[in-house]
Design a binder for this molecule. Sequence first.
Ligand SMILES: C[S@@+](CC[C@H](N)C(=O)[O-])C[C@H]1O[C@@H](n2cnc3c(N)ncnc32)[C@H](O)[C@@H]1O
Length: 232
Amino acid sequence: MSASILPFVDEPRPAIDPHPLSDYVAWAGRRNRNPILEVFRERFPKTGDVLELASGAGLHINYFAPHFPDVAFQPSDLTEEVFASIEAKRAEQGNANVRDPIRIDLTDAATFPSDERRYDAIFVINIFQVAPVAINDGIAALAAKTLKDDGRVYIYGPFKIDGRYTTPSNQAFDEEIRAAAVPEWGLKDVRDLEAAARPHGIVLTETIERPANNFILVFGRAGSPATNHSTS
Ligand SMILES: C[S@@+](CC[C@H](N)C(=O)[O-])C[C@H]1O[C@@H](n2cnc3c(N)ncnc32)[C@H](O)[C@@H]1O
């Protein structure tokens, strides 16, 4: 496929740096936003509420929002350092359907939204390479509290499945990030994410392959009509 159809795909990769405002995270976002949008366009409702966790610079939420003009998008992150970037991108795009960012720490239930709003979809992109599996305990607890009965959680990133790398390039990427010797850095296993979510009544319903050996893991409430065909 030509670079004109997939702009930025051939950009050289900056050095790996998980800081949400880094060149590396921006580069990754430019590569993955269209493959993620393709899935969301098929699955998000036409109206309703969507929450992004770990929004970082706000690249994705502000890219997706214009495609769903009647959906309200709620950005969030652990660190308020990124809020100015989310707001600047919202202003650049003129995105009236992106709310003010809120602080959510996925390791601290006291920071989870306490209002009455219920979300049709919750999504999170590229956090598990640099965060522990326990983060999915937080995501599932938050989903159990705030997801509509038929809502879905979408988790995008590279993962191992059943203890195995899905490709040699995923193994090479894992070895590269583990070389930084930060204890929680490294690819996580889909089965461990499922185990963390299950006690909250949140189960894996689909595993969708995306380019460059990434996946979108789709979770929903156990027992809701659409999760009865769970793939887990
Ligand atoms: C690699 S960046 C990805 C940002 C964005 N999702 C993207 O793909 O461009 C990881 C993000 O996870 C956030 N994060 C890390 N720990 C978190 C936690 N405990 N709760 C919520 N967000 C967290 C960081 O602040 C950072 O914005």
